[in-house]
Design a protein around this ligand. Sequence first.
Ligand SMILES: *Cc1c(COP(=O)(O)O)cnc(C)c1O
Length: 331
Amino acid sequence: MIDLRSDTVTRPGPEMRAAMADAEVGDDVWGDDPTVTALEQKTATLLAKTDAVFVPSGTQSNLCALLAHCARGEEYIVGQNAHTYKYEAGGAAVLGSIQPQPIEFSPDGTLDLDLVVSKIKPDDAHFARTRLLTLENTTDGKALPVSYCLDARSVADEHGLSMHLDGARIWNAAVALGTDVAEIAEPFDSVSVCLSKGLGAPVGSVLAGSKRHVDSARRWRKMLGGGMRQAGILAAAGIYALDHHRDRIADDHAMATRIGDALETLPDMTVRAVDTNMVFVDFHNWEAAAAALDTAGVLARVGAGTSRFVSHLDLPADTPERLVAALSPSP
Ligand SMILES: *Cc1c(COP(=O)(O)O)cnc(C)c1O
């Protein structure tokens, strides 16, 4: 089965399931699930932050962070297409009375820092108070340069802003940049990471930061309904994923490159970009491509404009060849 819709579609394998079945558990809302605590400590250490909290989803993780950084009537500066703005059902506004100030991403996935500065509101009763800058790494598969994030930190410091990183795919960024996740996380006050994408765990994200930030986020998590009881069963999958699936993310990037190269040989489509584990393709006749993939049993999200294929650990090795076979014009 080939499923290119996202890296969220990965399923836990036998070893991960065995780790889940064997997990020692307790009641995490009381703070006594040892496996959850171990996952939180392990993630905090990897990211070189003081503390961390396990949450059911990346959306809830980002929302807990936004709520911990910003009060009612305050705002965060964010990318127009960022998950924390566009793909979280307006949670910050609905549940936090926090105002987003979206700006366009530059083509490389950064937010232009002059543009960021131009959106910071002066201290004036007319305006929401600008509190936070949120960045995303990777964004559309692109890894943000470490030097850019350090520059963003200087700008944030000059203007008294905190910084949050939506690092759902920070593992891919680390592989692409050839650095470790701690260096990527360093300029940020808080970092959210996903266990359920390229790492292949079935559920879960972790939010890391200072003890004060994480204490506050933990309270918001409870309010949002994210306080889980014997969650060690889920945390065990996360620990397994961190121990066994981080290094192999390089294989996903190699697979994306092979898929891009294979599609380039075909007519009727333009490969726009290959970044980390994502391939972006324009099909000249997307209805025909969607039908051909459907006939071949390939799951993919194909539409007008640019379509995105995502590689992950459950793709068969011959995926590029099977895509070419499915999409080749009939003789
Ligand atoms: C997937 C993703 C999230 C979190 O998604 P959930 O489905 O809520 O776990 C957050 N940010 C980005 C950039 C993502 O891709």
